[in-house]
Design a protein around this ligand. Sequence first.
Ligand SMILES: Nc1ncnc2c1ncn2[C@@H]1O[C@H](COP(=O)(O)OP(=O)(O)O)[C@@H](O)[C@H]1O
Ligand SMILES: [Mg+2]
Length: 224
Amino acid sequence: MSGEPILRFEEVSKIYPLPAGDLVALDRVSLTVDPGEFIAVMGPSGSGKSTLLNLMGCLDVPTRGEIFLSGQEISGMSDDDLTRLRRDRIGFVFQQFNLIPLLSAVENVEFPLLLTTGREESRRRAIEVLTAVGIAETHFAHKPAELSGGQQQRVAIARALVNDPDLLLCDEPTGNLDSKTGSAIMEILAAENREGKTVVMVTHDPGVAAYARRTIRIVDGRVA
Ligand SMILES: Nc1ncnc2c1ncn2[C@@H]1O[C@H](COP(=O)(O)OP(=O)(O)O)[C@@H](O)[C@H]1O
Ligand SMILES: [Mg+2]
């Protein structure tokens, strides 16, 4: 493996122009994330953590500064290239799970694959990752509303993993779960990290952050 960071931010700012004036959500943030790291991002509410994670995942673009993904500067890339890059390299896990209510667990997980992969292979792979995150076959046909919060988050993690991304970005993944269920979810993320995935996770909870090997603190849009 080369020594190149998987992510590099150079003086990245994100500014929202609002009627009352510019809101600086991120202010000249420079950082690197190396392949295989497990990082917690902590900081007060409104400090810019989700903005940072969305920029890391190319869901949003910076107002100023440069973001490099494995050495490639993303502002020079077309929308198609960015979509492909997100699809192939990045998995997202959110606090609210964000599963599609009308689809079953297995359909939610195979959904991102169906664009690029045949139906049978997508199903096979969905079952593989659902099993890996501890969802039993008896739950594959359940809709999200028929699953517990912890089960929904497992399904959401399976969906994030189905493309075998290098980078797993998690925004308060245990924020809606009780502490025991949260610990089970953290064990899954820690196992994925041991298997080689780079994990960046936003959390309020020091107990959750303890699973990571490095913590980045954000205060008022700046790395503290
Ligand atoms: N789309 C947006 N438009 C305007 N302001 C936003 C937008 N997204 C976030 N913000 C503002 O940017 C700041 C950082 O938000 P966010 O990154 O969500 O913080 P955190 O995740 O740390 O709670 C907050 O002041 C928030 O209100
Ligand atoms: Mg947030």
